[in-house]
Design a protein around this ligand. Sequence first.
Ligand SMILES: Nc1ncnc2c1ncn2[C@@H]1O[C@H](COP(=O)(O)OP(=O)(O)OP(=O)(O)O)[C@@H](O)[C@H]1O
Ligand SMILES: [Mg+2]
Length: 409
Amino acid sequence: MTRRDIVAGIDIGTSNIRVIVGEIASGGMVNIIGVGTSPSEGIKKSVIIDLERTVESINSAVAEAERMVGAKLETVNVGIVGSHAGLVNNRGVVAVSREDKEITEQDVERVLQAARVIALPQDKEIIDVIPREFIVDGYDGIRDPVGMLGVRLEVDAMIVTGAMTSLRNLLRCVNMSGHEVNAIILNALANGEVCLSRDEKELGVFLIDLGGGTTEVSFFQHGGLSDMAVLPTGGDHITNDLAVGMRTTFKLAEKLKLEHGFAVAEMASDEQEIEIEGISGREKRNVSTREVFNYIEPRIQEIMHLCLQEMNRMGHAKMPPAGVVLTGGVSLMKGITEFCESVFQCPVRTAQPEYLGVKSPIYSTAVGIIHYVLRNQGVGRMVKSHNSKKGSVGSLWKRIKAFFADIWE
Ligand SMILES: Nc1ncnc2c1ncn2[C@@H]1O[C@H](COP(=O)(O)OP(=O)(O)OP(=O)(O)O)[C@@H](O)[C@H]1O
Ligand SMILES: [Mg+2]
């Protein structure tokens, strides 16, 4: 296997850093050939608070993945959480350049470039430009205009911006761990790649990433992301509540949550007992499952109601046709889909990558990063000689990379 065929994604989460390495098989299919996980030290509520410890965590997750792959990863693709990013809609217009008026990839690149021209505050930078639709001589709804005939090419694009400070720190960490960053991908877009079907994205769907330190709500419609919000609450708060309530350590509370956690307190019994280890030499004691659930449910309820508020703020008091899809670690909690169905009053399902070895919602973002890169960049920067069909976006990313190279210096 050569280096040309692999692409790596890193999800730097609040709880864990996950590295996924994919190999591009024939027909553009992806095989997952490397997985690395490391507890995320130095990150709080998705903000890097300790550079060195974050670098160590990245190193250890990458090293684990590298051991599986049997090769060193040089270039990686990194996810960025929505709280450090923003979405802005903009339009770009150009005249088709060829004399015979056939639209080329260069025209598409020029129109995307035109869409990038927006006034941004100094602390924001563009990290991605996503075409929603192209308009050729007034005919809208076009997904790929290359090869069509026309005089005027317009694009309705969504610009993803990133907060400069967070981007710099994120890039610095990955760079300090000895890796080059190929692209920065919005976590919500990465999750959308693996968690949602084309139909769901077309009809309208909410995707909720229930993470350790944050909960990200994103709304997809007409084939793409249209809105997002990040709540600073997640699974770690449930653990914290349990630790305080049960007077135990965070570590033991986490174990208790993973082994016995259930989202709905009503389903718990007073008779069924769980043994809890004592802290600081105290004796083991027994508690009823109801007591445990009583600490879990209110926090889940709070998270879901905050999600509901965000959904309303986005203008969706009524749930979209494809309902709600859950992913992220907390979506593994027993009873959560049923709980969410009662809160959101619509169909709810949990989504995960369907690959052997990473079949869990905790891997959605990292696997999604790989998918997103491959879909938008052919086979990535590692295969420069390869002529990707979406060359325009690929070269756009090369420019984005050039910008990042600038800010590293
Ligand atoms: N089986 C389970 N039941 C309940 N909670 C779980 C389970 N497995 C993992 N979790 C919780 O999921 C959270 C971690 O999820 P995830 O790995 O998606 O977070 P992250 O990506 O590191 O964080 P963030 O997205 O907030 O930056 C932790 O709080 C963990 O306790
Ligand atoms: Mg996450």
